[in-house]
Each structure stands twice: as C-alpha cells, then as structure tokens.
Design a protein around this ligand. Sequence first.
Ligand code: CU
Length: 126
Amino acid sequence: MKTLTKIFMIMILGVSLAYAGGFEKVAQSSAAKVVMSSEKPLVTGNNIIMLSIENEKYKNAAVSLKFFMPAMPGMPVMESSADALSLGNGKYKADVNFAMSGTWQVHIFITPKTGKKVRIKTSINI
Ligand SMILES: [Cu+2]
C-alpha cells in the first residue's frame, strides 16, 4: 500500500512538472477570451503558440498576432507579426519568432466571418 501511494505521488508530480514546463497565458477583453499555450517554454527564436478561443462567434475566424517591444536604450522599436492557422473549433496555431528576450507586448486580432474585428492586448515575458 505504501509503495502504491509513493508511485501515485510520483505520477502526480510528473504530470505537474510536465505542465510547468510549458507556457500558458490567458488574454481577455470584453469581446473574447483567448488561451495562449505552448508545449515548451517560450524562447528567443522560433516558437509554436496554440490559441484557443471559446466564444462561438470566433470559432472559425481569421486570427493574427502582433508582437512589439518599445524602444530601449540603444535599441529601436522591435515588431513582428504572425498569421495563425485555423485548426477548427476555436483552435489556432501560430509560428512565432522572438528576436530577443524581455517583455513583448502582444495584440491578438480576431476577424470573424461576419461582424467586427476585435483586438485583445496582453504581454509575454521571455
Ligand atoms: Cu528590446
């Protein structure tokens, strides 16, 4: 019984460690809630970010991302963007490249088939 409990504890720990290894961030506005996630921690360079949008209205929309960093001493404004691929049912996938570590401001643009385009702001630390 004791061994079984130990094995169980190790399994739970393993699951929580695996989860902690990735990235997850919720971005929200009055219009929509977007859960951003990545299996791996975000790094400088290439990343795959998955987006999940719950609102029925935005389940098959055009989604794009804009990342920017304000000017820093000796460094100009940095900006990049990515179009997300719709996987259906509110799931989207984006290939994103971060030029450097630090805090990136993020704008998520959602353009539904009908209706207004919405923008959700958040930030990401790398
Ligand atoms: Cu910078």
